[in-house]
Design a protein around this ligand. Sequence first.
Ligand code: MSP
Length: 668
Amino acid sequence: MSRYFTTPIYYVNDRPHIGHLYTTLVTDTLTRFHRLQGEDVRFLTGTDEHGQKIEKVAKREGVAPIDVADRHAPTFRDLWKRFGVANDDFIRTTEPRHRIGVTELIRRLEAAGDLYVAGHEGWYCVGCEAFYPEKDLEGGKCPTHGTAAEWQKEENVFFRLSKYQDRLLELYEKGSVPGIPFVFPETRLNEVRSFVSAGLKDLSVSRTAIEWGIPFPGHPGHVVYVWLDALTNYLTALGFGSSDEELVARYWPEGDERRVTHLVGKDILRFHAVFWPAFLMSAGLPLPTQVVSHGFWLKDQRKMSKSVGNVVRPDALVDAFGVDALRWHLISEMSFGQDASFSDEAFLVRYNSDLANGLGNTLSRAVRMASDAFGAATPGERCDDNDVKRVAEEAVATWDAAFRGCRLHEAAEAIRTLLGAIDGYITAKEPWKRVKAEGVTPALHRIHFNALEGLRIAAVMLAPIAPGASAEVLRRLGTPKSAEELRPSDLAWGGLPLGAPLAPAAPLFPRADAKAYFAELAKESPVTEETKPVAAEVPAAAPAAPAVPVPAAAPAAEPARISIEEFFKADLRVAEIIAAEKVEKSKKLMKMRVRIGEEERTIVAGIATAYTGEQLVGRKVVVVANLLPAKLMGIESNGMVLAASLPGTGEPSLLAVDPSVPSGTKVK
Ligand code: MSP
């Protein structure tokens, strides 16, 4: 059985961000999981370089489109390298091998009688590179990008998509391989099914309004529609249409003895689950096994995207905490299939709790104690009947099923459970007391064996998600193996060598000081409304870098306790808003004039997404009156308005004050 995993090929109109990185890491993680099983796996990624989007950027910059592509394609390739992504191939749609394959696919569509020429006009979103029916636009704007759609009119080559409606519905019913739904998760399969059931229109597959694309065979002046061009990459990268189709025969043959899985964001599901199988049916080619779709990373409650301008790039976090920490965070933070908000704060909390504490600290503790007890060596006796073994076996089974079911966050959770159990086991068994009371007994050997062996298995389970950290833990446990060398037998209990050298080492993931991190970040690039790392979770008014609830000691997720004296240092007052206007060029900031007793002052707060100026004037709010002044978008803010940050969205909701309370009244 062979497996072929693909990511979408990314547009080269910009550098990669966390959203692109996520899809690639999910694919890499699944690829690594199946390689660990010893399977024959191929992994493809690449860049989508044609189309109006790229042509527009090139025109704006006054350069050739290929120059734009040449500039950005390596930024994707390099980022994947930096993150240890183990792709076998990287395809660029401007490569000759791709053009050959696309030309061959079109020849087949033509031979099937599925192409014809007709006039066409409609609303086009350049961000999506797709036409939209007017009813799907929101106030004339694309629902995904929020940018105005353009009316486009031209004569195009059409593909008879409507002809495939019934076969597509059958595909959604039965799957391309029996027992495997064609689209995962099921909610997305249902969406696709109802879209197709509502009736399919034929699809325009050539463009004359642009020049940047593959010339459409037999239609001078037309270029191939960028989605027909792009989707075909999955086959052209295997040599489809060339004189050497060995890889097609190995990874995309007819029959059930292979799995072809396309990983995509939900934004491009329709292209993969409707257009792509229809093209393949028309061309008489086998269908992929499954299209797996994940949700969006959001920022400011919107899909993170270049067109919206709200992207988070991974650079600063990776520089500070390393590749494996971000890999771990992205995979475990997002419930696969659903949307998630990205925030540096959440990253740091998870880093401290899962990596510094859960993995790093448990490892250091176990290694140091065993090393002290047995003279810098692993225990000399094994143990095959104990609680850690039972938890490890269950965790491995959960982890395995989670990966096979594409529930990557659950695979991460299984690792967390095992680490927690090991930590609890050490605490309960108190080996440090036993060694003092009884000396080095066989029971002590067994306790340490169980803790270290549990850690070894956790490290093997970690390999698909964080291969670097996995290899380092294995090295420290005296079982050096790279993630690529691991096999299922490494997951079985008992692999820890006895009496092998073992020495305490520096912390694997040093604890992060969140406050210091943000202060440093602010120094490097002064925090502004637009650059602040996590806008969704910024307090309503944010005069300084946001305080992060990461105490110096575990548990990391709980804010540190403070004394009543410390609380009273904050001078909380009732204030009346007497004027309010949105700060120009900012999505969130509201500039307000407030009265606190006799005094008037200006406060800038991140509440403009939830309140208009009109709704605010006359309202009484609670403010922190004794904050040091801070500049936000060049305006000096003197104080902070208190608001709840709503769960999930982070949207601010102002604390209500009875209107009869005079302004200036102290709140305590
Ligand atoms: N070029 C097309 C895909 C063609 S595939 C034959 C395209 N490219 S893209 O650069 O816009 O990237 C699309 C993919 O990047 C999404 O489908 C998704 O996998 C990933 N993401 C981009 N932004 C994302 C988020 N904000 N969140 C999660 N993933 C996102 O569409």
